[in-house]
Write a protein that binds this ligand. Structure first.
Ligand SMILES: Nc1ncnc2c1ncn2[C@@H]1O[C@H](COP(=O)(O)OP(=O)(O)OP(=O)(O)O)[C@@H](O)[C@H]1O
Length: 702
């Protein structure tokens, strides 16, 4: 074994150098040296924090607003420099054969780098720990025997309760060393789950790392079966992009979109643990919250409302507000009258329509265009009007009245309200686009009186968002991560696409887990709706969550729910347990199975059809078994969560007790959606799955 260096995070490789090469030094206490480096790094981090805490901003802030801003920035920085006892400062070490970048320099000597969650430097500014996102850290994730990337040794560290207790070396350039799976890596993958999702920086796999480190300019779409790390990869990609393009993204903003609040709670601590506190999280519903959603559509209406053709209908409806001018505009200034004839106004309006700018932008431009026509006349008459005159004419009452008549303001919510309430208005804009039946499907049985009183549905809010964007451009962020994308309708994809029209996106999903009537059939179509047709589609197939036997059982459903998709291949060595039992007294046996699961370490999820949840909640109460709702943080005292099948997506539990599969299938409008819901429920377990049924199991599982 080569010697571990004494302390520096970046230093020359230890060992005696001779003319013939390096003679390894015998190191009596390598673990002790690594612990010393950990202690020194912690002290350095403390010193960095104290430096920030000691900053005196009195002299540099000219006023209290600046002081406030700077003060809060400093506070954030102090927070980011916190030494979290449960997250080790570094988890790996790379011993480069040459100083990076100096491969070609004669006599270049190796350097060592400790890889961790954040950068730590000593009093001289020399790095003690290198951020996992730095280019120098990349070989930690990617170097292999085939391509060692100039790494002589890769070391992984093992921790027990914050203590550095083990390490494991790979000598990638040593042909006599056999390739083997890392025990520390395996232990990390197999670690029981308690509490919210955690980061995977110490164990990102090469194929995941390629996605994490892909450039900011491109959109990446990741198709992957349950537990292949899509969510983890998406979150680490934002963290990486924030590191590599901090300034740009701080200006433009980043956003993670998830399917519901419980899911967002589950993932919300991953980015802060990586030192990223600024990334916003939202559901699609949050993005389009123009009105209060009070109702639900039936599937037929929702499918039509979510169809991309609705964008065409809305566009026609918005533009229908433009009335071609038939009257001239007469502007009186002093003793003179200036007349812009109708045919000239007509030309101006046509030109604005042809330019295809937003309705609102064109409306803002129209008074200036009319004023310009007046100014041309003034000049022809020998006057010399300047910009101020043009502005004054644009604000003239006659011009204002003309604009109001030709290009009136459009309120997006009122427009959608009218489309859904007024059959003639809808027909006028939907004919040739939607069939008569489709129009009927989306018309409200009882027309709404006002925006406030209307029973808006989630898909109506998306229509309003589309209309709002036709009126004025939606602000685009720098990067958006869209998780569980397979469930979005084309209109929802468009709504998300507007939020990254000048930025890029990471789209994560699994076609086999689509449970909406409009679920994505293929990624190319979805990406086109998102406005990112040139995105690269990557596939992840290695499963980190579900044990082999359990994923094999769940994969029996694949031919029926997503023919052609390859099953996930589990990388977990622990075979896990699968127990499928017929119950004579379902409720009693389900409770017993929960109690049994809770005997193990980690979390237990009881997943049941939504309709069964109240009954099971009562039974749990009666039995005195405390339980949580999805997304609520599990604690040592409370490790059981009762999960309605509709909220199970994206979540995971060590042990899952699955109640009555047939009820889960029957809870959906059609069999395929039901089986997909069941597939999601069957793939939430990390260590063991118990399926209990009183009704026959779906034949596909047989
Ligand atoms: N490289 C890795 N090392 C260790 N754990 C990993 C790795 N990749 C993923 N995991 C873990 O596997 C589990 C599943 O990951 P994740 O939730 O990201 O999968 P997913 O593909 O989004 O699943 P689903 O399709 O069910 O939403 C998580 O606990 C995650 O931390």
């Amino acid at each position: 074994m080569t010697a571990a260096p004494c302390c520096p995070g970046r230093g020359r490789a230890a060992g005696l150098r001779t003319a013939g090469g390096t003679v390894p030094e015998i190191d009596a206490d390598p673990l002790g040296r690594e612990r010393a480096h950990l202690a020194a790094s912690r002290a350095a981090l403390r010193a960095m924090r104290e430096d920030v805490e000691a900053l005196d901003i009195k002299d540099v802030t000219a006023n209290w607003v600046n002081a406030l801003v700077l003060g809060s920035q400093i506070e954030e920085r102090i927070k980011a420099l916190a030494d979290l006892s449960h997250t080790p400062l570094f988890f790996g070490r790379l011993d480069y054969l040459h100083a990076p970048g100096a491969e070609l320099a004669e006599g270049a000597e190796g350097e060592n780098f400790y890889i961790g969650r954040r950068h730590v430097h000593d009093a001289d500014g020399d790095p003690m720990v290198i951020d996992w996102r730095a280019p120098v850290s990349q070989p930690f994730y990617r170097a292999s025997r085939k391509d060692p990337m100039d790494i002589g040794r890769r070391r992984r560290f093992g921790y027990t309760g914050g203590e550095l207790t083990a390490y494991e070396d790979e000598h990638l350039t040593d042909p006599s060393e056999a390739a083997r799976t890392s025990k520390l890596l395996q232990a990390e993958i197999e670690r029981p789950r308690v509490g919210p999702m955690r980061d995977i920086v110490a164990t990102i796999q090469p194929e995941q790392d390629e996605i994490v480190r892909s450039g900011l300019s491109g959109t990446v779409c990741v198709q992957g079966g349950p537990g292949t790390g899509k969510t983890a990869v998406g979150l680490h990609r934002v963290a990486y992009l924030l590191y590599a393009h901090r300034e740009r993204l701080a200006r433009t903003g980043t956003l993670v979109i998830g399917p519901n609040r419980s899911f967002l709670h589950y993932i919300e601590q991953v980015l802060p643990a990586l030192g990223e506190l600024e990334v916003k999280q939202a559901t699609v519903g949050d993005l389009v919250a123009h009105v209060e959603v009070k109702g639900e559509d039936d599937a037929a209406a929702a499918v039509v409302k979510g169809d991309a053709r609705m964008a065409g209908v809305l566009r026609r409806a918005v533009r229908s507000h433009v009335t071609m001018p038939t009257e001239p505009v007469m502007v009186v200034r002093g003793s003179r009258r200036w007349r812009v004839p109708a045919y000239e106004l007509d030309e101006i309006v046509r030109e604005l329509l042809d330019r295809d700018i937003r309705y609102g932008a064109a409306r803002d431009a129209l008074p200036q265009r009319i004023a310009h026509a007046v100014l041309v006349r003034m000049e022809q008459a020998g006057e010399a009007p300047d910009d101020r005159v043009q502005d004054a004419v644009a604000r003239n009452a006659a011009v204002k009245a003309a604009v109001k008549a030709i290009w009136p303001a459009v309120d997006p919510a009122k427009l959608v309200l009218r489309l859904l309430s007024d059959a003639d208005f809808l027909a006028e804009h939907a004919d040739g686009v939607l069939t008569a039946d489709e129009q009927k499907a989306i018309l409200w049985a009882k027309p709404a009186r006002s925006v406030k009183s209307a029973t808006w549905s989630p898909s109506d809010a998306v229509l309003i968002d589309e209309a709002a964007d036709l009126v004025s451009r939606t602000h685009s962020l720098g990067h958006v991560v869209l998780d569980e994308a397979q469930d979005l309708s084309p209109m929802q994809y468009r709504a998300v696409g507007r939020r990254c029209s000048t930025g890029s996106a990471t789209v994560l999903g699994d076609l086999a887990q689509g449970t909406t009537p409009w679920a994505t059939r293929n990624w190319d179509e979805a990406l086109a709706h998102l406005g990112k047709a040139d995105a690269v589609v990557e596939e992840l197939t290695a499963g980190f969550r579900v044990p082999r036997e359990v994923i094999a059982y769940a994969s029996r459903l694949l031919p029926s729910i997503s023919p052609g998709l390859a099953p996930v291949s589990s990388v977990r060595e622990n075979p896990g347990s699968l127990d499928v039992r017929e119950a004579t007294d379902l409720d009693v046996e389900v409770l017993a199975a929960c109690v049994e699961s809770l005997r193990h370490e980690g979390s237990t999820g009881l997943i049941a059809a939504d309709a069964r949840v109240p009954v099971l909640a009562d039974a749990l109460h009666a039995a005195g078994l405390p339980f949580l709702a999805p997304g609520e943080e599990t604690t040592a005292e409370s490790r059981l969560t009762l999960v309605p099948a509709s909220l199970a997506k994206g979540l995971e539990y060590d042990y899952v007790v699955l109640d009555e599969p047939a009820a889960i299938v029957d809870g959906e409008p059609d069999e395929r959606t039901g089986l997909r819901r069941l597939y999601v429920a069957l793939t939430r377990a990390v260590s063991g799955l118990t399926v209990l049924h009183a009704a026959p199991l779906p034949e596909q599982l047989g």
